[in-house]
Ligand binder design. Sequence first.
Ligand code: CA
Length: 223
Amino acid sequence: MRILVVEDDKDLNRQLVRALGDAGYAVDTAFDGEEGHFLGDTEPYDLVILDLGLPKKDGISVLENWRRSNRVMPVIILTARDRWSDKVSGMDAGADDYVAKPFHMEELLARVRAQVRRATGHAKSEIECGPVRLDTKSSRVTCNGQQVKLTSHEYRLLAYLMHHSGRVVSRTELVEHLYEQDFDRDSNTIEVFVGRLRKKLPNDVIETVRGLGYRMGPGGDAV
Ligand code: CA
């Protein structure tokens, strides 16, 4: 899952990037509204955290522009604590949730998880594919009740496939959603990570759909 953080406060931006990175997300970052708008308009984010008070272009305008051009990713806005009207205009501009500053990082992370879940059609914080269970809250993976130890990139890949279970996910899509913007992207590395996951999980859990990509969970015949 790949997240964009648009926040001009450098310290807060850094804290957000670190916390989200630790939680297993790929994170891109912008420090003003123009840069943030551009990234959100051109890159396929799974979620955006958007401050409203931004230099160059305010957060409400950024959000309105995204929604006008049919960018539908979940957006959590950051508002000042006592500005209830900001929350109203933010939600009306197309935000999915808000967090008022100052906030506890744990609360923001829980809201991020909830939005990512909802956007991919999951109501529960645990996602199951056959014997494999992903606890999105703790970032733990178990198989038949036994914990499976994964590297951060293996986890990212498995979490993406499990959030999108039942659907064929292409290598290109995986590359776009698992790595930061500056990462040296190579779709061959996806195959390497899939190979490693298959060694740690029952071999048939990740299905290769020839020429199209990978699928986990119920799917039936290749489309
Ligand atoms: Ca600000």
